[in-house]
Design a protein around this ligand. Sequence first.
Ligand code: BGC
Length: 743
Amino acid sequence: MTDRPDLQGLPLERKATLLSGQDFWSTPPVEEVGLPSLVLTDGPHGVRRQAGDLTGMGITDNLPATCFPPAVAVGNSWDPSVAERIGEAIGREARALGVHVVLGPGVNIKRSPLGGRNFEYYSEDPLLSGVLAAAHVRGQQAQGVGASVKHFAANNQETERMRTSAEVDERTLREVYLPAFERVVTEAAPATVMCAYNKVNGVYASQHRWLLTEVLREQWGFDGVVVSDWGAVDDRAAALAAGLDLQMPSDSGAGDRRVVEAVRSGELDAALVDASAGRVAALARYAGGPADGFDAAAHHALARELAAGCAVLLRNENGTLPLSSDTRVAVIGEFARTPRFQGGGSSNVNATRVDPALDAMRELAGRELPFAPGVGDDAAARRAEAVALARDAEVAVVFVGLADADESEGFDRTTIDLPAAQVELVRAVAAAAPRTVVVLSHGGVVSLEGWHDAVDAVLDGALLGQAGGGALADLLYGVANPSGHLAETAPVRLEDSPSWLSFPGEQGRVVYGEGVLVGYRGLVTQGRPARYPFGHGLSYTTVATSDLRAEVTGDDTVTASVTVTNTGDRAGAHVVQVYVSTAAGPVRRPSRELRAFTKVGLGPGESREVVLELGRRAFAYWDVVESGWVVAPGEYAVQVCADAETVLLEETVTLAGDELARVLTMDSSVAEWFTHPAAGPALVEALTATMPADAASPADQAVMLQMIGSMPMRRFAADFGSALPTDLLDRLVAETAAARTAP
Ligand code: BGC
């Protein structure tokens, strides 16, 4: 690794060249200080190193690399070791391909099931997204290859992504849309953070000082490079002032010239150029040594192993799965022969090889299995052919899903339905076959309605990467035991999704009207059942959960322990999901929020005690008055759940939390004054002293207080509060200010 080069002696113009790319994918060298050019390429689930010269976008002409399971699948693994091992392997390939920063992972929250890029993101839950992304970054950077956590922030749709303004209140940003970034930054120190294309509350993310400097650097301590998404810079000088270091790709020096002019005219402080150029130069620590090759066969095998941990067994009636090698199976559906394994757009990897599930199933069965594509030009004939095979089989395994053209970066979907021909195929096969298994391939979530009840088992692969076909065969035949869980709710109806009313916005704005009630948080709070809730996933074994203990270890911390026992006869991995539920505090809380999880391997009959720490943030909400995280004193239910809808065990704890005493002003309401722990009793005492003997009863006073409770004290005191001396009020204002303890 190269030490941080000293830029001090360089003229302004030269330093400014470091603030933008020299072409589409690399930074400029600065030979006089020994600074090499660095290559940044996509990411996130494999290296997309453009072949040939780097002057253009070249989405399709890329060097071969392993296509690992995309984030949609890694999200379903609930397993940071999957993310970490993918990061490590990508790091190895990047070094071999001469890449210094791989642009990933993406941690935007899946706000809507329609999000066109949901395949590239982990989850609708910020904890799950953050834990997995931090593991990916750790793995990749341990190989000496920088990461770029993206797209910061509130880039939750593709529609008008370069112009729309995400209108999000601060509590929602802090609780839902920022925590995954925060966790990656504070736990894994990524080399770069990529700002989003969109505006956030009216300001381009690339020019958003609050986001890029106050939150990211000052509050979270980020000291790496903020890089623009490709083409996200609108006003280069404003972006630099806001905290954006590196503009990508090259704009032929226009941005750098603008920066120089702005410094010369006094519009920009030269220190900003020094700081940003210095940070870009410090990326040289990722310059790496001589590139080694990578072992493509070993990485393919790794991709298969990891993919098996990502698929979700949604349904398995009467032990239909696993198949045995002598089960008479008919394989149906073009996706069995031509896998759909990754999403479209900038993340599209040129895979080193692709395993069709059909071949892998034949290998495991040890014989030829009949196959019919089921769909095609003459749909009816294709369907009839598939139905004939299904009728002769014991089990029909039908591969359906979304095609490449149905979803991609750059546009959102308009429906979650499977294509009609695929639904008809499933229904026709299910009517003919003794038993039917559906295998799903898709990036964004798909509806299971109209066919779900007619089939016996559903194995949801989402997108599993280049070795996904082999992994699906391993799972279908029981070589591997399914252990994935949904990282995104599968709703009954698209309309049930909490963001439905305001996605994707209109006339340049998208109002995040559901607030913090995103995904399962909204559905569970409203009591709307999903087809399959967030967190759902079956296994070929069974696990019993017992002996939950929740021990309060401080004012706002709890240790939860629970015993999990594999009660079946197969080894399996089990995810312990811990949620917290509370009504404490002055804000509406989601009914339940995921606050800790871990995946544990259990042999047949094995029992383990799992201990999970719930820190302060597991109980906190973002308080806009205090401008900080607050743990409200009160009761909190610690729930071990099978999924977001199903509580298995629950323990309630009482937390001391934070002193919520507010500073009172004359604009505080009468109710705030009277309920204030210090000022309230003093006021009551003052009032009681002036009251005649026949004053209102305490019950009448309570009704009165309710009636006038929302009046600002200023007006109450002026118009009705003659019994409240001004000097008393002034004294209490001063005392509450002095006594305030910030959370
Ligand atoms: C995408 C980024 C990507 C970049 C470079 C942009 O369009 O939003 O995720 O890293 O292009 O390909």
